[in-house]
Design a protein around this ligand. Structure first.
Ligand code: AHR
Length: 551
């Protein structure tokens, strides 16, 4: 597209016109970004930058936990390299122990002396990925070496708050109460507090966030929404609080299943009304997996490859990831019909691309996969979406932290690397706890050929926030063919200085390996300033951060 066609082709031209007549844009730019410094959207909860760790494949055993007697550097059995990196990016919250595993997990198996803990069959033993394994190790027969105490230790070492997922399918409501009591009852107050003290943790863990079941429409019990709603009532009524403002998170829909949400909320809010101020979050999971270009909805056949893909697959994956915005809006609207004050917020506690098996760094890493630039852009656009919806999203945890799906890290035995996703989280950390600002982006759609048919994809998206005198803009340029000359105008603020960083590569398949751990990493982005304008060239297929210091 010629640059003079710019405004005609702009996807957000309507919004942009509202401001652009006041400004003197450079004639040559490909995209305009207008940041409205005085139009806050809401505070970006740091918890949007959370992580998820499940007892599946190589996440806990090999990823997080190496054991206190390991030669691999560790703190209390937890991999030191992982701790160091998590501290670098600021880790507000970690979800554990599942996922589907949570609804098969008896928390009592994971406390007390490690030598006395029972060995159990892991939930994922049934998965076809597990069937490939010759050696049935800790991924199949759960040793329970990593339990509640070790998880809390992990959180304390990273500075994260714990988010526990309770078993609603196969444990009772009373056992849920007892897990809360084990974690939160005051030192020496109960038998469970004494057991916690005997393990070296006299002080309460003060766990506030509790998921009540997981994917209860599927692996979490195969419930109808009304059935799940009545279980949810039972599990969350009169749970001992120990003076904490407990935050319960309900298991939301399969994808964007609005029917599940309507029927659950109707059961809770219409008629015999459920009044529990601890019901704080509604969980949403969004995996981008169907790369079949509309040919199938089959969970196995629809998946693509993590490493072998063309530019159409690239846009396909980013389009699937972009659906999160629609999901947030649809779920929010449905919830608001019952919870009219919107006390319950959205918790996206699983998200990321999901490819077919084959790129995992070790066979034991069930759902392990390589992470390329494509996944970095998918992660970045998802985080930008959360920032833009800071008023709706209270928490998000990326699935999963290490050796699984949308990992930030890959680890096997003594080898450990960061994936491009780690760099995205490092770049976006500046948004944690910042005031989200309204930002309007106008640029033409990208046009390309999808199986012989003309197709389009948005040209640039991002989010902005302000903390003190610093305005941060993060953005994704998904264009596989062209960089973008971008002009940024700040309305309501005077630019003192600006700096930038970009995550880019000339190969869209670029990824880090144990042998080449720094193939993908961030580099300085050159910027120039002119009055209240900042201009920069956003590289082809990149994630970009611009930080502007206001006068
Ligand atoms: O993250 C892997 C699995 O995906 C989780 O256990 C489950 O909740 C989801 O279906």
């Amino acid at each position: 597209m010629q640059r003079r066609d710019f405004l005609r082709g702009s996807v957000m031209a309507g919004a942009a016109f509202a401001f652009s007549h006041r400004r003197l844009w450079a004639q040559s730019s490909d995209a305009h970004v207008e940041i409205l410094v005085n139009e806050p959207v809401g505070v970006i909860s740091p918890n949007i930058y959370g992580h998820f760790t499940e007892h599946i494949g190589g996440v806990i055993y090999d990823g997080v936990w190496v054991g206190p007697d390991s030669k691999i550097p560790n703190k209390y059995g937890i991999r030191s390299a992982l701790l160091d990196r998590l501290k670098e990016i600021g880790t507000p919250i970690i979800r554990w122990p599942g996922g589907c595993f949570a609804d098969s997990y008896d928390w009592k198996d994971g406390i007390g002396l490690a030598a006395n803990r029972p060995k159990r069959t892991n939930f994922w033993e049934v998965d076809p990925d597990a069937a490939r394994l010759h050696h049935k190790g800790s991924q199949i027969f759960e040793p329970n070496s990593f339990g509640t105490d070790e998880f809390i230790q992990f959180c304390r070492l990273t500075g994260a708050e714990p988010y526990l997922a309770a078993n609603l399918r196969s444990l009772s409501a009373l056992e849920f109460d007892h897990w809360v009591e084990y974690c939160n009852s005051p030192a020496g107050s109960t038998t469970l507090a004494e057991m916690r003290g005997a393990a070296g943790f006299p002080d309460p863990f003060r766990v506030r966030y509790w998921g009540v079941g997981n994917e209860s429409w599927g692996c979490g019990g195969n419930f109808a929404p009304e059935e799940y709603a009545s279980e949810f009532r039972r599990f969350t009524t009169w749970v001992p609080s120990f003076d904490l403002d407990l935050q319960f998170i309900g298991a939301g829909p399969n994808g964007n299943d609005i029917d599940w949400t309507h029927r659950f909320f109707e059961q809770l809010y219409v008629g015999h009304r459920y009044n529990n101020s601890s019901f704080a979050g509604w969980s949403v999971h969004h995996y981008s997996w169907n790369l079949s270009r509309g040919k199938t909805q089959d969970w196995i056949k629809g998946k693509g490859d993590a490493l072998t893909f063309d530019s159409v697959d690239w846009y396909e994956l980013l389009r699937e990831s972009s659906r999160i915005e629609q999901i947030l809006n649809d779920q929010w609207a449905a919830m608001g019909q019952y919870d009219t004050a919107h006390r319950v917020k959205l918790v996206v506690d699983e998200y990321g691309p999901w490819y077919r098996q084959g790129s995992e760094v070790d066979l034991t890493h069930i759902f392990g996969q390589q992470i390329t630039m494509r996944d970095a852009l998918a992660t970045a656009l998802t985080l930008d979406t959360f920032n833009r919806n800071a008023d709706k999203v209270m928490m998000a945890t990326c699935a999963q932290l290490v050796n699984n799906l949308n990992a930030l890290f890959l680890a096997h035995e003594d080898r450990f690397i960061s994936t491009p996703n780690f760099h995205v989280f490092a770049m976006y950390a500046a948004h944690q706890g910042a005031q989200a600002l309204r930002a309007e982006i106008s640029t033409p759609d990208i046009r390309y050929s999808r199986d012989g048919e003309p197709a389009r994809f948005w040209g640039l998206k991002g989010s902005a926030s302000r903390k003190g005198n610093t305005v941060t803009l993060t953005a994704v340029n998904p264009d596989v063919a062209r960089p973008k000359d971008v002009e940024i105008a700040l309305h309501g603020g005077k630019v003192k200085s600006a700096s930038g960083v970009a995550l880019a590569s000339n190969d869209i398949h670029a990824h880090n390996t144990f042998d080449q751990p720094d193939t993908v990493r961030t580099a300085k982005l050159d910027l120039s300033t002119r009055g209240d304008f900042v201009t920069a060239t956003f590289p082809t297929a990149s994630v970009v951060k611009v930080e502007v210091i206001l006068q």
